[in-house]
Design a protein around this ligand. Structure first.
Ligand SMILES: NC(=O)c1ccc[n+]([C@@H]2O[C@H](COP(=O)([O-])OP(=O)(O)OC[C@H]3O[C@@H](n4cnc5c(N)ncnc54)[C@H](OP(=O)(O)O)[C@@H]3O)[C@@H](O)[C@H]2O)c1
Length: 323
């Protein structure tokens, strides 16, 4: 099969299109013929060597396609059936092997649609960040950094789905304000002035929860926009800056909380809950309740170009590889 292989960790240029042996399917696994692979910032981290995997390897954690083979212990999937999956890697390839528990069926309305490659990634992440990371309560106010990105593009919609009224978003550049508003944010602020903006919008109170996938100075300053008893949810570090030490005195005095969330770890520790969120996400997208905006589809062999765009912060919504 053809696969985009990373022979060594490094920049986007390290990708090589190679002919590799078809992967072997264990009794509890499913072989998927990949039609689309979602591109995530996690893939960038794994490619650089800041995440998981040892080269030579193939990155890619979410795919959609058709069942090519089921292991002898697998029940409930038929050959040729359209499916999506969250895999532990290997998604940028014509075939991937996935544990059957990490595969969900797709309705015919999503078959052949690149959006199908995003139903196990960004939307479940958004739902689980809200529900299990921050444990949000109705009426709480929210700030999300990176409102026009992949997770950002579904986050305000997921918050509304869970009964929260309005979400404020931040973006890194002015050209992303309109797309972010289109993704359902009540207000969108430029990140370099977000502290003043949030305090202004909330009459100085701040918000109950900040969701931060950026880190560095953005995370350090996010404490300033938290209301008393608020929580800061750390779920990524796109800035690649050293981790921020939370201000212990302010945490104690103001009752603030510092929460971490990893969708990958959540799936390892409580697959049943995460699997339920994949099924929920498929339904929300298939019924049109939540829109995933696939802004660009690249050919498999153009993964380098897609990673370059994502790393430059040039993208809005989701990027997908057509395999
Ligand atoms: N913990 C989890 O379960 C989980 C799950 C999914 C994603 N994540 C994290 O969430 C973040 C978003 O992931 P995504 O796949 O949806 O990506 P994305 O938001 O589509 O792209 C990353 C965005 O981060 C912002 N950014 C800020 N500083 C950056 C920098 N130095 N380099 C590159 N981008 C920078 C840019 O938006 P602006 O222009 O607005 O600055 C950029 O568009 C990533 O940090 C990812 O690791 C975590």
């Amino acid at each position: 099969m053809r696969a985009m292989v990373i022979p060594v960790h490094g920049g986007p240029e390290v990708f090589e299109l190679r002919e590799t042996p078809d992967p072997e399917c264990r009794p509890d696994q499913v072989r998927i013929g990949v039609e689309f692979a979602g591109i995530n910032f996690t893939d960038v981290r794994n490619r650089r060597g800041d995440g998981l995997g040892v080269p030579p390897m193939t990155v890619g954690i979410e795919v959609a396609g058709r069942v090519l083979e089921t292991g002898s212990e697998v029940e409930g999937f038929e050959l040729g059936e359209p499916v999506a999956a969250l895999c532990g890697g290997g998604g940028y390839a014509e075939q991937v092997i996935v544990d059957a528990q990490r595969v969900v069926a797709l309705p015919s309305s999503l078959t052949g649609d690149p959006v199908a490659a995003c139903v196990t990634g960004v939307l479940p992440s958004a739902i689980n960040l809200l529900r299990h990371g921050a444990k949000v309560r109705p009426g709480e106010s929210i700030l999300f950094h990176g409102a026009a990105g992949g997770v950002g593009s579904v986050f305000a919609q997921a918050a509304r789905h869970l009964g929260l009224a309005e979400t404020i978003g931040t973006v890194g550049r002015g050209s992303k304000i309109d797309p972010a508003l289109g993704y359902g944010y009540a207000r969108v602020l430029l990140r370099d002035r977000f502290v003043e903006g949030v305090l202004d919008l909330t009459d100085g109170r701040g918000v109950d929860v900040v969701f931060d996938p950026i880190g560095g100075d953005v995370r350090a300053r996010s404490w300033e926009v938290l209301a008393d008893f608020g929580r800061l949810v750390h779920f990524g570090n796109a800035s690649h800056e050293p981790e921020v030490v939370p201000p212990a005195d302010a945490l104690r005095a103001r009752g603030l909380g510092y929460v971490g969330y990893s969708g990958g770890q959540h799936a390892v520790r409580d697959l049943e809950t995460v699997r339920a969120s994949w099924v929920e996400a498929v339904d929300l997208v298939a019924t049109g309740q939540i829109r995933i905006d696939v802004s660009e589809v690249f050919a498999l062999e153009d993964a380098s170009a897609a990673h370059e765009m994502l790393e430059r912060g040039d993208t809005v919504g989701k990027l997908v590889l057509a395999v």
